[in-house]
Design a protein around this ligand. Structure first.
Ligand code: SF4
Length: 382
């Protein structure tokens, strides 16, 4: 099993906090989609069966229905696809027009991930987002009317000057949408972003850590009360009962694969791929990517992952999940030395109740989640 990630590096405008690779040269979209299709054909033998597909960006909802149809035809032609795939597309709320929703009905997409960030107009303007809170309500209504029953939204908390009550209002508005999944992140000041420059010149200042922690606590409380499962540090999935009566939830299967070291192939400029022992990343420049693919040369760099790097990846991904690290599998994969290293480094946190071992899985405790960065740093193999 493997995941397929397709990167769509186009944005109508740039948000001030964003460090992802994207361009506002929208005129290259058709040509880029041709190159994506060519890359899929060139790499069709790299993966086994695909079980999840994720169109991320950038802003994939800026593609035309014809672009999307062409991509899905090529996916069908190049790869083996499992039944019951999860197929997600990231969308900007103001791209969810009646035409876009109609096009979705002709495509196999069954999950929408929408960048909402906040329901406050001033904070949206601050981020340079191009949508309004009303666009979000309209978009969700249109999607639900079209029977899209797996909708996720992204939220951001910890804006400069944001109060706990502001954040609570955002959480309440998110819950009122009756959606199935919420990802929430604190505002981060990434290098080479406009936001970081604003901080450096003193125009904005970071929120105090204590308030940020209280915001995260409130998020967790409110969403758990609303029957969402906190299944990964930043991710919450609505609980449900499957057709055969089994308790389940709307976890993101694609993102869960990243946290459990399932291989994936990344297509497009700046896309990453992972096969268990190597990581590849395509060049993060649209023109260089297209020129190279046009000449049938794959434009990636590659790194072989030694055991220690794989161990560190396991700490920074699997430990983020509710279940944590399966110790029996860990021992089998990493051997006795790293197994003992992990247990030894974990000891102080187990004693303080910040890590727990349950059913032979090592996981963050409820308190450990709030100091996860410190714990992960200490468990890394250096
Ligand atoms: S946050 Fe999303 S929409 Fe904004 S610039 Fe980054 S990729 Fe584009």
């Amino acid at each position: 099993m493997a995941g397929l990630y397709i990167h769509i590096p186009f944005c109508a405008s740039r948000c001030i906090y964003c460090a992802f690779y994207s361009t506002t040269s929208l005129k290259l979209r058709d040509l880029y989609v041709n190159m994506l299709c060519k890359e899929m054909e060139l790499r069709k033998d790299e993966v086994d069966t695909i079980h999840t597909i994720y169109l991320g960006g950038g802003t994939p909802s800026l593609l035309s229905p014809q672009n999307l149809t062409q991509i899905f035809k090529q996916i069908d032609a190049s790869f083996n696809l499992s039944k019951n795939q999860e197929i997600t597309i990231e969308c900007n709320p103001d791209d969810i027009t009646p035409n876009f929703v109609e096009a979705l009905g002709t495509l196999p997409i069954n999950r929408i991930s929408m960048g909402v960030q906040t329901f406050d107009n001033n904070r949206l303007r601050f981020l340079h987002r191009r949508h309004t809170p009303q666009d979000v309500y309209n978009a969700v209504k249109k999607l639900q009317k079209a029977n899209i029953s797996n909708i996720s939204i992204d939220l951001i908390f910890g804006f400069p000057g944001e109060l706990l009550s502001d954040w609570e209002a955002d959480i309440d508005k998110a819950l009122s949408l009756n959606i199935q999944h919420i990802s929430a992140y604190s505002l981060t000041y990434e290098e080479n972003t406009v936001l970081n420059k604003l901080k450096a010149n003193g125009s904005v200042s970071e929120i105090e850590e204590e308030i940020s922690i209280r915001m995260f606590q409130r998020l967790k409380e409110r969403l758990e009360q609303a029957d969402f499962e906190h299944y990964e540090i930043s991710n919450f999935a609505k609980r449900t009962i499957t057709a055969n009566g089994v308790a389940s939830s709307y976890r993101s299967r694609h993102n869960s694969s990243y946290w459990h070291a399932v291989p994936y192939i990344g297509i497009g400029a700046a896309a990453h791929s992972y096969d268990g022992t190597t990581r590849k990343w395509n060049v993060a420049d649209l023109q260089t990517y297209m020129d190279s693919i046009n000449r049938a040369i794959l434009p990636y760099e590659m790194e072989s992952l030694n055991t220690e790097t794989q161990y560190n990846d396991c700490i920074t991904t699997t430990l983020r999940t509710k279940e944590g690290i399966d110790l029996a599998l860990f021992k089998e994969k990493f051997g006795k030395h790293l197994y003992q290293y992990l247990l030894h480094e974990s000891e102080q946190y187990l004693n303080r109740g910040l890590l727990v071992i349950q059913n032979d899985h090592l996981a963050l405790s409820q308190q450990g989640i709030f100091v996860c960065d410190m714990i992960m740093t200490d468990l890394m193999y250096i």
